[in-house]
Design a protein around this ligand. Structure first.
Ligand SMILES: [Zn+2]
Length: 434
């Protein structure tokens, strides 16, 4: 729980000059944070000795020597570096998370939902105050988890969810590998569509049922039985239908794509981001730059796929799909960064265990980003990709008080982000360690 250091409490009383009655009644709505260093991701610089005034879940003011309102709670982070809450643009919090997707058939929908609760908590406590969750096998488990978090029933990050995968039958987002005579329940094949009009129907249904964005699978996948990441699945017409129909509802589309042609089809159709972008070629990089498409490249999770292989937990066909792709994706990440393509931070959490999302930062730096660019990908850029720059992504007056802190300077050692000491979401403190 929140502890108010005695020294700062005294300072508060002296500087605020209020009556004793006011001093003994802390105002739970108002918090003042003293930061040592503060990462200003908008300007790409680090500020010192800033104070943050938080009121009612939002940041009200940022600056040196702000007056401390009567009854405010003061949090001393003067020995830490303060950053905006991190955003992971590619998570799967609402699935149980298993190397073998068919295991979903051994759990009821309710069991899957309960199993997802720790995923949400681990993600928030790791400093990720917002996620863009990009699909579930059990349709709408993500909508339910998002709403449970928003109501305070479950502890977790603010979620923006897809509702289901839009996939071709037997495609990358389908539950495959079953005997032909097996009948799936409705929620395990909800997002299947096989023409532009079926795609439009799915988008309409998902929008009606509370999706915040649309996830479409443009190519085959690594972690799907009977799939080939190098194959094209949806046609350009189907991808275009998804983007056009989503736009009618004010929604953006993200496309899973490994194969170069599938990536380009998605960019030309106007998706907001390409997920994985594994085999992107030079033309694809140029197209992404031209269209302002974000690449959301999960360049850490190869480590977890290989770990799963060592422990014999990863299905053999998945490892066959994955061969060489990890290294190629990392090389293409470097190319895309050098070309100046817009990059967001997405880990595919669920492939790796939830809560270690920040390990990807060191890989992003290793493969060509500056530490500031890596931090911006998970803050400013991620908020832009979500279309929520007015509320998220930096520490500015008017935005949500999503604030984290780490010991040390992440611009000198990006790995300090793997050990977040302080987490505030919408003005509420969830973690505070010395
Ligand atoms: Zn994914």
């Amino acid at each position: 729980m929140l502890k108010q250091p005695a020294r700062l409490g005294l300072l508060l009383i002296v500087s605020a000059g209020v009556s004793p009655a006011q001093q003994t009644l802390p105002n739970p709505q108002v918090t003042v944070i003293r930061s040592g260093k503060l990462v200003d991701v908008d300007a790409g610089r680090v500020l010192t000795n800033q104070m943050l005034l938080v009121r009612g879940g939002k940041i009200e003011a940022v600056g040196e020597n702000l007056p401390v309102p009567a009854g405010a709670t003061v949090i001393d982070l003067s020995k830490m570096t303060v950053l905006p809450g991190l955003i992971d643009c590619h998570t799967h919090l609402a699935d149980a998370g298993d190397d073998e997707p068919l295991h979903v058939l051994q759990r009821t929908s309710a069991e899957t939902a309960y199993a997802a609760i720790p995923n949400a908590r681990l993600t928030l406590l790791a400093g990720f105050t917002t996620v863009r969750d990009v699909g579930v096998y059990r349709a709408f488990n993500d909508v339910a988890l998002r709403d449970a978090i928003a109501k305070g029933i479950v502890i977790g990050p603010r979620m923006f969810v897809a509702g289901a995968y839009i996939t071709i039958s037997e495609g990358a987002g389908a539950m495959t590998g079953l005997a032909l005579d097996m009948q799936l329940p409705w929620d395990l094949h909800y997002g299947e569509a096989n023409s532009p009009w079926e795609v439009r129907q799915k988008v309409r249904q998902l929008a009606h049922r509370g999706a915040d964005h649309i996830k479409i699978l443009s190519t085959g996948a690594v972690l799907t039985h009977g799939s080939n990441p190098k194959s094209i699945e949806f046609t350009p017409e189907e991808l275009q239908a998804a983007v056009d129909e989503a736009r009618n509802f004010g929604l953006r589309v993200e496309a899973h794509a490994h194969a170069a042609e599938g990536i380009k089809n998605a960019i030309r159709a106007g998706v907001a981001s390409v997920e994985h972008a594994t085999l992107i070629d030079d033309e694809g990089i140029a197209l992404a730059k031209e269209h302002g498409t974000y690449l959301d490249m999960d360049i850490y999770d190869e480590e977890c796929i290989q770990e799963g292989a060592k422990e014999n937990k990863m299905p053999a066909d998945f490892l066959e799909h994955d061969r060489d792709l990890g290294e190629i994706q990392r090389r293409n990440f470097t190319k895309a960064v050098r070309a100046g393509v817009k990059m967001s931070f997405g880990t595919d959490a669920g492939v790796c265990p939830h809560g270690i999302n920040a390990r990807q930062f060191a890989f992003m730096v290793k493969y060509g980003m500056t530490p500031m660019q890596a931090i911006q990908s998970a803050t400013k850029n991620a908020a832009d990709l979500l279309g929520k720059s007015d509320l998220l992504g930096s520490i500015q007056p008017g935005k949500y008080a999503d604030i984290i802190a780490v010991s040390g300077d992440p611009l000198e050692n990006i790995r300090v982000l793997e050990n977040v000491k302080f987490v505030m979401k919408e003005g509420k403190v969830y973690k505070q360690e010395p």
